[in-house]
Design a protein around this ligand. Structure first.
Ligand code: FES
Ligand code: FES
Length: 178
């Protein structure tokens, strides 16, 4: 079977059965000695110190641990570290607190206790710009929230849609004037 490109068996670490797994996390190249079956969630939280990624159920049911792997949302509690080799991983820290969705979740009550929020925002990022309500419901179906009843989350995402539309309108108007 083909070995993931970022996984090197030749570099055996002192930790028994560990191999060096290389991947890019939030734009930074990393090469870590880990057991290939160690959960990506644990590698991110414990080895990389990126504790923004949360653990809820630990069995793929709640979406609290969602990160983006090559732009697609995955439950990091289900992904063995070896499967992340050679990929680009984005955690909530990778948005640097400056993504429009982060502000919108605060302004519209999409974040309450906050446990689901990092995963919810990353799943929302993966929806792209201007998702419809149906696309939001489908795209976030794997992310559970006990606090908001979901409407505040949909409102938060919709508000970023609206902001983008308004910015586009302003640009169009300026274009007409010049
Ligand atoms: S902690 Fe990963 S899906 Fe719940
Ligand atoms: S804000 Fe509390 S679980 Fe979603």
């Amino acid at each position: 079977m083909a070995r993931p490109s970022g996984l090197s068996r030749s570099s055996v670490s002192p930790v028994s059965s560990a191999v060096f797994v290389s991947f890019v996390v939030n734009g930074q190249k990393m090469s870590l000695p880990v057991h290939p079956m160690r959960r990506l969630l644990d590698v991110l939280r414990e080895d990389c110190g990126l504790t923004g990624t949360k653990e809820g159920c630990g069995e793929g049911e709640c979406g609290a641990c969602t990160v983006l792997v090559d732009g697609a949302p995955v439950n990091s509690c289900l992904v063995p570290a070896a499967h992340a080799a050679g990929t680009r991983v984005t955690t909530i820290e990778g948005l640097h607190g400056r993504h429009p969705l982060q502000r919108a979740f605060v302004e519209h009550g999409g974040a309450q206790c906050g446990i689901c929020t990092p995963g919810m925002i990353l799943a929302a990022v993966a929806l792209g710009t201007h998702p419809t309500l149906d696309q939001m419901k489908t795209g976030l179906a794997g992310n559970l929230c006990r606090c908001t009843g979901y409407s505040a989350i949909y409102r938060s995402i919709e508000s970023t849609n609206e902001r983008r539309r308004n910015r586009g309108d302003r640009r169009d108007r300026k274009g007409h004037r010049s």
